[in-house]
Structures are given as C-alpha cells and as structure tokens.
Design a protein around this ligand. Sequence first.
Ligand code: ATR
Length: 288
Amino acid sequence: MISAKTRICGLIGDPVEHSVSPVMHNAAFNSMGLDYVYLPFRVEKGQLAKAIDGVRALNIGGLNVTIPHKVAITPFLDELETLAERIGAVNTIVNDNGHLKGYNTDASGFVKALLERGIEPRGKKIVILGAGGASRAISLTLAERDADLVILNRQLEIDWAVELASSISRFLGKEVKALELNEQNLSAVLKDADILVNATSVGMSPNSDETPVPAKLLKAGLVVFDIVYNPIKTRLLTEAEEAGAETIDGLDMLVWQGALAFEMWTGVKAPVGIMKAEAIKVLKENEN
Ligand code: ATR
C-alpha cells in the first residue's frame, strides 16, 4: 500500500520500458515490509538537468541511472564516491536531505557476483573484452583489487582499451596491457588466464548467435563471466560450459548492482533471492 509516508525511488533513463529494476525493487520492498515504491522515469537527454531539479524538489529518496545518462549525470550531483568518479559514470544516487551522492554499483555488483562464487580476484590473471562503460567499471574495480588485467577491444578510430589502461595507471599506478581484440591475441592471452570477462555487447539479443571468443580457445579451469544477461545463457557461456569452464552469467551482476543500491536506500539487507527470481521472470517475459 502506498501511504502518505511512502519513500519514492526510481530509475531514470531512455528507454526504460524493458528494465527489470522496477519489478525487482518493488518485490524486494514488499517482501521486507518497507514503505517504499520504485518507479520508472523516462527522461530524454535534453531533460536531465530538469529531472535532477525535480528529484531535489520532490525529495525522491534514491535513483538508478541507466543509458543514456550514466556519464552525463555526474556534473549535476553534489558528490561522487571515488570509484564512480574514476569510472566517470554513476548508476545509483542517494538523496540525503537534498545532498545527491553518486555511486557505481555495477562495479561492486560485478565483484559481489565473483566473491559469491568464492572467486577472489586478487592476483588472478583476468582478460577483459571491451572498453566501454561497463568495462571501465569492471576494469577499475578489479585493478583496485590487485588483479592482473589485460583489456582487449576491437580497434575503431579511438583506441579505448589503451585509454582505459592509461587511466588505470594514472589513478592506481598499475600497469595494464591493452590489445586489439582478435583471435591471435585472444589465443595468446587465454593460455594462462584465470578469468575471462565479456564486457562487450557481443552475443546480446537479438544477436544471440554471436560470440566474442572462438569456442576452441575456451578450456577447463577458466572462469568465464559474461555480463550480457539477455539472453541469460549466451552462446559464449554455453560453449564455455561445453569446454568444462566455470561460468557466471550477467544476471548475477544485474541482481547484485540492484541489491547494493537497495541497501544504500533502505539500510536493510537486500533479499537477493527474491530479486533474482523477479529479474528472471521479467527477462523471460521480455523474451516472449
Ligand atoms: P556498455 O555501457 O554496455 O559498456 P558501451 O560503452 O557502448 O556499452 O560499450 C560496448 C563495448 O562493446 C565496447 O567496448 C564496444 O567496442 P568499441 O569500443 O570498439 O565500440 C564493444 N562492442 C560492441 N559491439 C562489438 C562487436 N561487434 N565486436 C567487438 N566489440 C564490440
């Protein structure tokens, strides 16, 4: 029941219709008996400043931020946690009496998903595919945790992998290798890798027949983490499983980034199992 005391949280992005966050968070609030509600707000690019004014004026308690605002929103906030500042992107905002602080729970959600499987990234050789927003969050947080990273990206006009590697070196004083994403480089770096992370959009629906890594390069002993969650089981994960590798799907990261945001807004431990079950339901519905 929505009451006069209900605290409002929500999502700003464009589009927002296919987001799993409203269902995931509302189910979590209900199951914990919290007087909170989570709403989707479609905000067009040019309306972001006004939307943030609205958040302050209406005293909205917390927000998630998605495409296309994750980077553009940073100058409108009062404070950024250090990691979000280094990543240059925010996916969660906490409104503390008008003081808006931005966080990046994509990064910590990724690490949570690893730790949940008993995988500690420290000292591990990790190959990361892609150098976009998601890769930036994952690479910076793994570098902070002293993982040994190689970033591979297809080369376009600007070499984002080299740019990302140099910002990691600037912020953290750590050397990270950046290479072109091709079969030869993949074959070389996967020989002694512990973990492979697909942080590109390759394999995402409707292109679910694509994979960023030829199956013959996958092997037992490797952990393969695909951040794509649509479909939940990507071609990369299917082939990794066939090769005897351990697999982690993007659903875990999706749920953990939501769970961490939930905990920041409510101060209550997130019902992760319920959130995951609801996320699966929405993803299956979206498929049909
Ligand atoms: P996100 O916020 O999900 O990270 P993004 O910032 O657009 O989205 O990044 C997408 C990543 O997937 C990028 O690294 C992109 O490579 P480019 O920087 O070269 O564009 C990568 N990517 C997308 N399609 C790809 C493809 N067909 N092959 C290889 N990499 C691809």
